[in-house]
Design a protein around this ligand. Structure first.
Ligand code: SF4
Ligand code: SF4
Length: 664
């Protein structure tokens, strides 16, 4: 055992290993990706004996693979971000009916904000929809304890269990005690049994079993450590030293309070908001000391197991309360539960939160916001103004943009130029997808007109041409997304004869989530080498008759490739191959010849490369050599020869068999 400074996700990985997890799988997605990477690292160091860990092709494949392992008695771990659970939902809904033998924990990280997602969906809602228990940690330490408990709950009730941290819990760092080496719990192997086959009759029975076990789990949750109730008493001495440290803790007690301190106000919090509430109460106490304001005690409850709702525990909490304020991120899940409870037990308390407009309706909570909302709720004559609790210096706005030297920039420009050269008949619609290439939406590229969900660009393009056959719909998809969710869309285009052009942006990695490998790279999460899946061969096998390869950093070739594919009647594809800049060493920066420059501005106004800016006074481009990768795209674009890359030939000739790039 050693105390180690770890990010929440790293700590969660160790918790799963210490729980004896044997088979782990998922698909990368912020803020969840580091969990499997940490397990793979422990595996590589020989510290995770008997563990299998993989990036699966997508979330559905991962959960189905884990279902087989769980049927065989192994403890399993699934990881994804909240929208990834949508992809795995078909498997999850049935898996809960079929049940599991080995403990099955789904680590599903939610993204309030959202900071890097399409939606702000709340996995606690998904859990109740799927009738699957869910844990909601407030801190990395608590998340570790919850993961271990989740395996026990899963095996006791033969149910998958979700652990749902949010971004700030996943990415907070702290010191955690971890086992130096771990060993997977042995699994007995698959035993044939009719229960593994989901037929309607069995499904009807299973639904009854689920309905029976949920109240039992709720009762367990009511008695567990993750739903603590505390009475928060504040120092009442109005003459107290107003210079006392803000860190003076409020008096928290699970004991019966003194009769003059019986609280009538309750505060409920879930997830990270519970940690914020505790800090906000400390701030309020300090403000009250300084302002000589007396504070009444407050009753505080964390709901760490939102589904099935620990109603018995909550009933205990609401005794004697007149008003409750609920703090939670994303949906008003707990607020709904306390409203329901009031009706069920005919309790007189009022519930305040998102539904009453008194707490933050969407996005993340903060300690300051919660402190202000509590001050208003408690009707205190206090103000947070001038506290300087957070830095008020505004951060300059920095719009998201493709990296300097990103090969996707060349692909977008090539397709745009090809369509422009083909005239009005070929006015294009650009159907984007999920990945860093969604940033093609930004000016001056403006080459993402739609973006919905993983793989959807390919099928949206088909719908657009079905309505307007005269518009050319081009679907952009990354290599990892192609394997994750793109292939069925291509099959649909071929089968139904949709005249679209697919543009595969093959940069040899899953770039946006941290350069994870995928089936096209030929390298697994644990570094094993496999035969890379060829995108070209897949497209051919699916019946795409026109497939062209090009280097997006060779402007002429890239445009010609796009023209040929777009001009083809029927489904066609261009595979633009050039590795992500994160995978290769930068080349010497581009060189500028002021005498040759005609001040046309094309290099700056058409590319949007962050390494290029415009010198207004001297009317020529400025090159930020600390950012320039020497990709050569601007030199290709400058028809006056004012920009040149000394190593352009080397840098742009890099072939991109994906596995080679990934190994580099
Ligand atoms: S594209 Fe070439 S000529 Fe035009 S402004 Fe840029 S460097 Fe000068
Ligand atoms: S060579 Fe030109 S386009 Fe490429 S990174 Fe440097 S400035 Fe940007």
């Amino acid at each position: 055992m050693s105390k180690t400074f770890l990010m929440g996700n790293e700590a969660f990985a160790h918790a799963a290993l210490e729980a004896g997890v044997k088979v782990c799988a998922g698909y990368p997605g912020t803020p969840s990706s580091e969990v499997l990477e940490t397990i793979a690292k422990a595996h590589a160091q020989g510290k995770a004996e008997g563990v299998h860990v993989e990036w699966s092709t997508n979330e559905k494949a991962a959960l189905e693979m884990l279902a087989g392992a769980a049927y065989s008695g192994a403890r399993t771990l699934f990881t994804c971000k909240q929208v990834g659970l949508n992809v795995a939902s078909d498997a999850l809904m049935s898996l809960n009916y079929v049940g599991v033998e080995g403990g099955t924990v789904l680590f599903v990280a939610d993204d309030p904000g959202p900071i890097s997602s399409q939606t702000e969906q709340d996995t606690r809602r998904f859990a109740s929809f799927a009738k699957v228990p869910v844990f909601d940690p407030a801190t990395p330490e608590q998340g570790c304890a919850m993961i271990k408990t989740a395996y026990d709950v899963s095996e006791r009730y033969h149910t998958p269990v979700i652990v749902r941290p949010t971004t700030r819990v996943c990415h907070a760092s702290t010191f955690i005690d971890i086992e130096d080496t771990t060993q997977a719990k042995p699994a007995k192997g698959f035993e044939k049994d009719s229960k593994w086959v989901i037929f309607p009759k069995r499904s009807f029975e299973a639904h009854g079993e689920i309905n029976d076990r949920l109240p039992k789990i709720a009762a367990d949750f009511s008695a567990c450590e993750f739903n603590p109730i505390e009475v928060v008493s504040f120092g009442q001495d109005a003459e107290a030293d107003s210079t006392a440290s803000r860190d003076v803790p409020v008096q928290v007690s699970a004991q019966e309070p003194a009769s003059d301190q019986v609280p009538t106000i309750g505060v409920v919090a879930g997830g990270i908001s519970y940690a914020y509430v505790r800090e906000a109460l400390r701030i309020i106490e300090q403000l009250a000391r300084e302002a000589h304001v007396a504070l009444s005690a407050v009753k505080l409850m964390q709901v760490g197991t939102p589904y099935p709702f620990p109603a018995q525990r909550a009933e205990e909490f609401v005794q004697g309360l007149e008003a409750i304020m609920v703090f939670e991120e994303l949906d008003h899940v707990l607020e709904d539960e306390f409203l329901k409870l009031a009706g069920q037990i005919h309790a007189p308390y009022t519930v305040h939160g998102k539904l009453t407009g008194e707490t933050t309706a969407r996005g993340e909570n903060t300690t300051d916001d919660i402190a202000a909302q509590l001050i208003a709720f408690m009707q205190l004559p206090l103000s947070l103004e001038g506290r300087g609790m957070v830095a008020q210096t505004p951060i300059p706005a920095r719009p998201p943009v493709l990296c300097a030297g990103c090969p996707h920039r060349g692909s977008f420009i090539a397709v745009k130029n090809a369509l422009a050269a083909m005239g009005k008949k070929h006015e294009g619609v650009y159907c984007g997808d999920i990945g860093c290439y969604t940033l093609g939406n930004a000016k001056p590229l403006s080459t993402v007109d739609t973006c919905l969900c993983m793989g959807a660009g390919i099928t949206i393009a088909q719908g657009i041409t079905a309505v307007d056959p005269n518009r050319k719909a081009v679907a952009f998809v990354g290599d990892s997304t192609f394997f994750a969710s793109g292939m069925t869309g291509v099959a649909n285009a071929v089968y139904n004869g949709h005249d679209i052009t697919l543009v595969v942006l093959d940069n040899a990695t899953t770039a946006m989530t941290g350069s994870q490998p995928h089936p096209g790279t030929g390298v697994t999460l644990v570094g094993e080498h496999r035969k890379p899946l060829s995108i070209d061969a897949v497209l051919q096998a699916l019946g795409v008759e026109k497939i062209i390869h090009a280097n997006p950093l060779k402007a002429h070739d890239a445009i010609e490739a796009a023209r040929e594919a777009i001009g083809f009647e029927g489904p066609s594809a261009v595979i633009y191959e050039s590795p992500c800049t994160a995978l290769i060493a930068p080349q010497a920066p581009v060189e500028f010849d002021e005498d040759a420059c005609t001040h046309c501005t094309k290099c700056v106004s058409r590319l949007g490369c962050p390494a290029l800016s415009w010198d207004r006074e001297n009317r020529h481009p400025l090159i930020d050599t600390s950012l320039c990768t020497g990709c050569g795209l601007c030199a290709e674009l400058c028809s006056d020869g004012a920009l040149a890359c000394p190593t352009q030939a080397d840098s742009t000739d890099q072939s991109c068999p994906s596995s080679n790039a990934q190994e580099a």
